[in-house]
Write a protein that binds this ligand. Structure first.
Ligand code: ADP
Ligand code: MG
Length: 231
């Protein structure tokens, strides 16, 4: 995509989101502003219930905000229909969840091939890129293992490869190492940040781990439904 470098990868402008709770309404996001640049990794650190997952769902076009706008590159998305949003999500946005959500009956390399084949790449092209990505993430010797035959850290590295398989502009991760022991979490985070720098994508990572957050380029939090910069 040829766009001037000054266009952020992701922009949230006064994003609002409320959930109805019986008679009352829970205002979770009350005007979130965020600019995320290519090649930048940002940690989102906030207590449970603050709205981290809600924010990631808005940023990833999985849910629509009640107010405000989400831009992917310079494209506003609120007016788009579900088909357009799905197409953008498929090509421009990668997700990593706390639990890997890999397909159990497929091997590591097949799990990374699938999103590429859905996009229309041939089996061979998809296999080549999937193998290269997994090798980059230190899993060259695990290509043909099924998820159940992989450790937790290896599963999350495969999930990372799958998230970036289509070369997205934005990587969104929701507590991706929340389920791992500290040493494994450290390693997974290391390869994730290495990947962000090498590929020039923009990453927003929700985490509780301050030590890992300290290794990212920038740290933000949610206070009273608004985004604040930390440090
Ligand atoms: P976090 O990821 O920071 O723990 P969430 O974004 O998951 O926080 O949730 C923020 C708040 O919004 C919580 O109080 C949660 O109960 C509420 N919430 C999230 N999703 C829904 C929903 N679909 N319906 C009602 N309330 C929700
Ligand atoms: Mg959450």
């Amino acid at each position: 995509m040829s766009e001037p470098a000054e266009v952020p990868a992701l922009t949230l402008q006064r994003v609002e989101r409320s959930y109805k709770q019986g008679e009352t309404s829970l205002d979770i996001l009350r005007g979130v502003d965020l600019t995320l640049w290519a090649g930048q990794s940002v940690a989102l650190i906030a207590p449970s219930g603050a709205g981290k997952s809600t924010l990631l769902h808005m940023a990833g076009l999985l849910e629509k905000p009640d107010g405000g706008e989400v831009f992917i590159g310079d494209a506003p998305t609120s007016h788009m229909d579900d088909g357009q949003r799905t197409a953008i999500r498929r090509l421009e946005i990668g997700f990593i969840y706390q639990f890997h959500q890999l397909l159990p009956e497929f091997t590591a390399v097949e799990n990374v091939m699938l999103p590429q084949m859905i996009r229309g790449l041939s089996r061979n092209e998809a296999r080549k890129r999937a193998s290269e990505l997994l090798e980059f993430l230190g899993l060259g010797h695990r290509l043909n293992h099924r998820p159940a035959e992989l450790s937790g850290g290896e599963q999350q590295r495969v999930a990372t490869a799958r998230a970036v398989a289509n070369g997205p502009r934005v990587l969104l991760a929701d507590e991706p190492t929340g389920n791992l022991d500290p040493k494994t979490a450290d390693h997974v985070f290391g390869v994730l940040t290495k990947l962000v720098r090498a590929s020039g994508l923009a990453a927003l990572v929700a985490t509780h781990n301050m030590e890992l957050a300290a290794r990212m380029d920038r740290r933000v939090s949610l206070r009273d439904g608004k985004l604040v910069e930390l440090d």
